[in-house]
Design a protein around this ligand. Structure first.
Ligand code: AGP
Length: 610
């Protein structure tokens, strides 16, 4: 998730406007920035890695001539946050420059084809192929307009994109195109804007034109033209007036980043399914060959590790050891060795306890693998191989979209491993891979159909003094995550246990009305035994709140309240959809109690841009 911006002004220089607008898009990405303008037959460009203020201090991003320009603030997915990978990217001639937000899945094949046609690539990004494709089209057919050359180029792209293109071919225009990644136009009195999000131009105008997937836009000083990429048919669409304050706009109209990021999960899960196979293969090869594997992390990331240990065992018969990073040195510091492999998981890539565990292991020659959401973070620098999970920046302190993305990456790794080890049938692997592909829609359905009900649930139980979260098997991890969210965001004392453990002591706390949340996947071997645990709690008068599969009549009959997730979710993938109701419950419980979900007391998160 990056921020793209472009503008055509009837008066004044574009660069200061682009710089200021990128600042307003910084919540979308902040590891590198770049601006390009066009003036008197020449393209001017300034870009570098680092935060906008730091780069501006060195390069002065306001000092580029010309009233037409584009800009970009980046959240790296392909290619580390280095100057060479910062946007805009240009073609071989430097006459075409492109900024892009999204993930081009088939960029490797396109790059190879273009290199065979003599194109020279300078970056490791997926984006650069777009500039060379446009160049290729114009070389093959110089009669083509810039818009047509861009159209032909985007028709060859697979994946998500929102792009803005500047070219000496038509120096008075900006051409944009969208597929999945957000793009919106701003229509000013004497200016026209394109951006990833409304906050970018809200200072200048509140007249916005929303762009749909499969549309190409031509911006000029006369205004904008929208065409369908498929068949170039012209689309007419009037601007809408947006009555948002700049603060609301950054949250896209949501009251808090946490709820915005919960709602982003269908999109972030789709992004996570666009992982570069190459890195999944590499990491799964290291895991396959390892003599012992530790999954090391803190907080929510630890819960992803716990769930992953079930996935690796069930699908690939690979035993792995999930370890709290803060305990790793004490627990394994003496035994970890050259044959050990550490998969360290951290969305920020900067959590001190996790890095300390990595450091200890590195000193003992262990192999370090990383899973993070922050390319360029310390974890990426100390890892032998790392995977970027592509969730985009997470501003809310509560980890939500990064948790489900971590689980999706782990499931993809487990399927790779199961293939390598041939532990499950091809049919089962295909079935699970197919189910993984449908999870973004499943999560969408849960949010659409259950959010209101969860709101009422939070209101009903807002005075509860304590909660139990119980799950079995892989959903023990989901129960722990539900507990963490309710404590972290709504400050409600909560206890989580593997349900089978609850009768070994904790059950003595149960009294009439004591709320117990059960995570009840229908698929798999735990359903029956979990019903036994529900009955044990119910027998003592507990209020049973079940997160269950649609139509699970047995559990429904035993529950005082229940939240339904769509049918047919394989147990080994179930923590992803089952986490959503728990995130929403914590969010609405915090609101019920008058707390700001974005700013919990403990701030247990190493973020930089605030
Ligand atoms: C989760 O909501 C918390 N903010 C916290 O537990 C967090 O997961 C933990 O600090 C680990 O952060 P990391 O993934 O960035 O390493």
């Amino acid at each position: 998730m990056c921020g793209i911006f472009g503008c055509i002004l009837n008066e004044g220089n574009a660069a200061p406007v682009i710089h200021a607008s990128l600042k307003r898009l910084e919540y979308r990405g902040y590891d590198s920035v770049g601006v390009a303008t066009i003036h008197n037959g020449k393209i001017y460009m300034k870009k570098d890695q680092g935060k906008i203020d730091d780069v501006h201090r060195i390069l002065d991003l306001d000092d580029l001539p010309g009233s037409i320009g584009i800009g970009h603030t980046r959240w790296a997915t392909h290619g580390a946050p280095l100057k060479v990978n910062a946007h805009p990217h240009s073609d071989c001639t430097g006459q075409i420059v492109v900024v892009h937000n999204g993930i081009i899945e088939n960029f490797s094949e396109l790059k190879l084809e273009l290199e065979n046609n003599g194109h020279n690539f300078v970056s490791r990004t997926d984006t650069e192929v777009i500039a060379h494709l446009i160049e290729e089209n114009l070389e093959k057919n110089p009669e083509l307009s810039l818009a047509d050359a861009v159209t032909e180029a985007v028709k060859r792209l697979e994946g998500s994109y929102a792009i803005a293109v500047l070219s000496m071919k038509e120096p008075d225009k900006i051409v944009c195109a969208r597929n999945e990644s957000p793009l919106v136009l701003g229509v000013g009195e004497n200016s026209i804007y394109c951006a990833s999000d409304i906050p970018a131009f809200l200072q200048a105008t509140n007249k916005a034109v929303l762009i749909n997937d499969g549309e190409l836009i031509i911006l000029s000083s006369k205004g904008y033209e929208i065409r369908k990429i498929r068949d170039a048919t012209v689309v007419t669409r009037e601007p809408e007036v947006v009555d948002w304050t700049p603060e609301m706009a950054v949250k896209q109209g949501y009251p808090h980043f946490m709820i915005k990021e919960i709602h982003e999960q269908p999109a972030t899960l789709r992004n996570t399914l666009r992982m570069q196979e190459h890195y999944l293969d590499l990491i799964s090869t290291f895991l396959d060959r390892a003599s012992e594997v530790f999954l090391v992390a803190c907080g929510t990331s630890y819960h992803a590790c716990l769930a992953a240990s079930y996935m690796f065992s069930k699908l690939a018969f690979l035993p792995t050891y999930p370890v709290f990073a803060s305990e790793f040195v004490e627990q394994h510091g003496k035994s970890v060795n050259i044959d050990s492999t550490i998969l360290a998981v951290s969305q920020s890539g900067e959590t001190a306890d996790t890095l300390a565990a990595v450091n200890c292991s590195q000193q003992r020659a262990a192999t370090i693998l990383g899973l993070t959401n922050t390319i360029g973070s310390t974890l990426t620098r100390v890892s032998r191989v790392y995977i970027g999970q592509q969730s985009g920046p997470e501003i809310g302190v509560a980890a939500t979209k990064t948790f489900t993305s971590q689980l999706s990456v782990m499931a993809q790794l487990a399927l790779k491993l199961s293939k390598k080890r041939g532990k499950i049938s091809q049919d089962e692997m295909d079935y699970l891979a197919e189910k993984l592909e449908t999870l973004p829609e499943t999560v969408e359905t849960i949010i659409l159909t259950q959010e209101e009900k969860i709101k009422q649930l939070a209101s009903k139980y807002k005075d509860a003094k304590i909660f139990f979260f119980l799950g079995r098997g892989i959903n023990t991890a989901t129960a722990y995550e539900g507990r963490l969210k309710l404590m972290e965001i709504a400050y409600v004392p909560s206890i989580a246990f593997p349900a089978g453990e609850s009768k070994h002591g904790p059950i003595s706390l149960i009294e009439p009305g004591f709320p117990v949340i059960f995570i009840c996947a229908k698929d798999g071997s735990t359903h029956k035994t979990l019903i036994g645990n529900i009955m044990e709690m119910k027998a003592r008068g507990a209020s049973i709140i079940s997160i269950m599969e649609e139509g699970d009549e047995e559990v429904k009959a035993l529950s005082d309240d229940y939240i339904e997730v769509p049918k047919g979710i394989p147990e080994v993938l179930s923590p992803i959809p089952f986490a959503i109701p728990l995130q929403l419950l914590a969010y609405y419980m915090a609101l019920e109690k008058g707390y700001n979900p974005d700013m919990p007391r403990n701030l247990a998160k190493s973020v930089t841009v605030k």
